[in-house]
Design a protein around this ligand. Sequence first.
Ligand code: MRU
Length: 350
Amino acid sequence: MEMHDLVSTGLRYQRGELHVLDQRRLPGEEHWHVCEDIDDLVCLIRGLAIRGAPLIGVAAVVWIAHRAAQGDDVAALTAAIATLRASRPTAVNLMNYLDYLQAELDSGIGNEAMLDKCIAIFEEDVMLCEAMSENGAALVNDGDSILTHCNTGGLATVGVGTALGVITRAHQQGKGIRVWVDETRPLLQGGRLTAWELGKAGVPYQLICDSMAAGLMAKGEVDHVMVGSDRIAVNGDFANKIGTYSLAVLAKHHDVPFYVVAPRTTIDPDCASGDLIPIEQRDAAEVRGANGSFGDCCWAPVDAPAYNPAFDVTPAALVTGWILDSGIYDQQDVADGELAKVYSQLKGSN
Ligand code: MRU
C-alpha cells in the first residue's frame, strides 16, 4: 500500500521513511534522523528530539500510518498504539489521537481506511493551527509586545503552531509587534527553538531569562502573554511547560491579558480539573546542567538532588481567554462547559 509524502518543519514522511528533525541539536545543527523502529521513535519522543503536544501526537499517528501501509495486522497495530501511548504522560493529544485510532481498529476498519484516518489527522493539525492563528492575531494591536514561553511553533505542531502561530500571523499582518521569548528553563526550548523559529520568520524578538518577566511587566513592557498547552481540563485549568503558572500569576498582578492558545485536540474531555492532570517528572540532570550541539555542561554538584517537573498547571481563574481553532472562549464560556463541546466536534473523528 502506498503512503504519500508528508512534510512539516520538524517531521517528514518521505520515500516510505519517517524523518525527524532532532530538536535536541537545534539551533546549532539541523540534523534529520531517520526513525529505525518503534523503540527508536519512543526514545526520540522521551528524549525531546520530537516534542510539543500536537507534534508528539501526530508523529505517533504517522508511525501508525506507516505500519498500516506496511501491512501490519490488527494485533501489531494495537501493540504499537499501546507502546506509543505510554511514551510521554502529560500531552493529551497523543492519547486523544491513539485512542481514536484504536477505537477505529476495534470497529474493524482495514489498513487502507486506517491510513486515510491518519493522513486526515496530519492535515487537520495544519488547519487547526491556521484557524488558531487567525483567531488569536485578531486580538493583537499594532506595536504590541507579546511575551511567550517554551516553543509552540512549527516545531511543536505540523502547522504554523499555536501561540507562536498567532505571533507570526500578527507579524505577517504588518502589526509591528515585538516578542519577549522566555528562555524556558530547564531545557531551554525558548532560547534554542523559539528564537530559531522567530529568527527564520523575521519576527523581531528579544530573548530573556525566565526571571526577567516580572520586571518587564512592572515597566509596562508586555501587552499580552500567549502560551500553548499540553492538556486542558474541561474546567479550563491547563498544563503547560513549567514556568507557565508563574507567568499567569505575574500577568494577573500586573493586569496583563494572559491567553492560552491550543487546538481542540489538546482538550481532555475526561479531565474535570487541573489537579487530575498527570505531570511528567524528568531527570535531575536536566536541572543540574545542559547539553546540545554545543556540548555538555554541569554547573551543579554532579550528584545534587533536583526537582524537575516538566509542566505546571495554571488555574482557569488566571486565564483571560482560551484561543482555540473554533474561536476565543472567555471565563463565562468555559464555566458554561464550552470546552467539552468543542472537543466533541473533533474533525479527525468524523
Ligand atoms: O516538554 P515539551 O517541550 O514537549 O513541552 C512543550 C510545551 O509545553 C508546549 O508549550 C506545548 O506542548 C504546547 S505546543 C503547541
